[in-house]
Design a protein around this ligand. Structure first.
Ligand code: FAD
Ligand code: DHB
Length: 391
């Protein structure tokens, strides 16, 4: 099998790249080891940055997001028993969309299929060969047979546990990592959200986040210690803990409870690979970098990476120039490191650390108070959260 761009992974990065290339007349093949149903159901991110939402709309894959997604013009910070709103639109003129990653993936898969895109499910890539040549090859297994995909370029959009990053020679790659001593216990519940905008709550018992999936489905998260097994938490314990962390001193706000339909623990990590390229092999999205989810940046970074790559591959295709491809890693890494800092900052601002003492707790409350009271401090949060247009 032969194609111009071989893409490993049908997450948001691989699917969107394949769609953008198709719009510019460049053919690609996407290899995905899971089945379609699994890809469409995997619960992950929920927030789409302003610029990414506009790009999806401009690329013709934002129709359902515009119709069914929700525009959020701010978030609530809850700490010290008080609720304080950060008004993104007043501070930056921008907003975000609440539109689940599952729906983005569904829209992109449907569109690739409608456009006769070559998207192979249950096709697992096992090796990438010849990245330093002008004919790189991907070895993969599909329908029980071993096959080879010959390409001009390979883009690994295969997530944190894929083969792309491992295929870069160890002497050219540098990695940077931070592991946090906590994770998130995330639930999906069949109950209308108890709020109109997301609530990021800091509490001495730990962080909690109230998000949503629709008018009838809520998504909530609790900070839990590393090593926590979701099965050890009963539904009642989860609701009690959430209610305690969201409680307002004045009362007058109640967390609605309902049947929990999904429960899982996500570990927290910051991770960056440099460079994101070797020869004709490029990395994009989680295959190259991971952020803790507190800043809602993982999905957005993945989409930003492939927008840069698509533009660079189109320039090479149309004009034979590799300038943008050569600049890809450095250009992408500027945004990635900004998101690394922001996600780390939001995480340490809002979570409690096992080693925290009373001094640390007071500092954190003072910092939160400053963000809530000072437009200058709030603008730092708002412009990073909604997405910095050009970096
Ligand atoms: P992925 O979505 O991981 O897609 C990679 C694809 O490659 C997968 O479909 C995988 O099956 C496929 N693949 C892997 N190896 C191979 C192979 N050898 N051959 C073929 N296919 C392969 N971000 C947020 O902003 N907010 C959140 O709340 C949030 N929650 C998350 C929860 C979890 C459990 C995880 C893992 C991530 C979460 N993220 C969150 C991060 C966000 O979802 C990711 O940043 C986003 O999915 C990145 O997209 P991607 O396309 O780069 O990678
Ligand atoms: C969601 C997840 C996040 O990490 C976040 O910061 C905001 C929303 C979500 O899953 O909806």
């Amino acid at each position: 099998m032969r194609t111009r761009v071989g893409i490993i992974g049908a997450g948001p990065a691989g699917l969107y790249l394949s769609h953008l290339l198709h719009r510019s007349g460049i053919e690609s093949v996407v290899l995905e080891r899971r089945d379609r149903d699994y890809c469409e159901r995997r619960q992950r991110a929920g927030i789409v940055e302003h610029g990414v939402a506009e790009a999806l709309i401009a690329a013709g894959v934002g129709t359902r997001m515009e119709r069914e997604g929700f525009r959020h013009e701010g978030i609530e910070l809850r700490f010290g028993g008080q609720a304080r709103r950060i008004d993104f639109t007043a501070l930056t003129g921008r907003s975000v969309r609440l539109y689940p990653q599952t729906e983005i993936v569904r829209d992109l898969i449907a569109r690739r299929i409608a456009d006769d895109g070559r998207l192979l499910f249950e096709a697992e890539a096992s090796a990438i060969e010849g990245a330093e040549t002008d004919r790189p090859r991907i070895h993969f297994t599909h329908d029980g047979t071993e096959q080879v995909l010959e390409c001009d370029y390979v883009v690994a959009c295969d997530g944190f546990h894929g083969i792309g990053r491992a295929s870069l020679p160890s002497d050219v790659v540098r990695t940077f990592e931070k592991v946090y001593p906590f994770g998130w216990l995330g639930i999906l519940a069949d109950v209308p959200p108890s709020c109109d905008e997301l609530i990021y709550a800091h509490h001495p018992r730990g962080f909690a986040l109230h998000s949503m999936r629709s008018e009838s489905v809520s998504r909530l998260y609790l900070q839990v210690p590393n090593g926590t097994d979701a099965a050890d938490w009963s539904d009642e314990q989860i609701w009690d803990e959430l209610s305690a962390r969201f409680a307002l001193r004045s009362g007058g706000w109640e967390l609605k409870r309902g049947p929990i339909t999904d429960k899982s623990v996500t570990p927290m990590r910051s991770f960056v690979t440099e460079p994101m390229r070797h020869g004709r092999l490029f990395l994009a999205g989680d295959s190259a970098h991971i952020v803790p989810p507190t800043g809602a940046k993982g999905l957005n970074l993945a989409m930003n990476d492939v927008m840069l790559l698509a533009e660079a591959l189109v320039a090479e295709d149309r004009r034979g120039t590799t300038e943008l491809l050569d600049a890809y890693s450095d250009t992408a890494l500027r945004r990635i490191w900004r998101a690394m800092h922001f996600s780390f900052w939001m995480t340490t601002l809002l979570h409690t650390l096992p080693e925290d003492d009373a001094f640390d707790q007071r500092l954190r409350l003072s910092h939160l108070e400053h963000i809530a009271a000072s437009p200058a401090a709030a603008t730092h949060l708002a412009e990073n959260y909604t997405g910095i247009p050009r970096i």
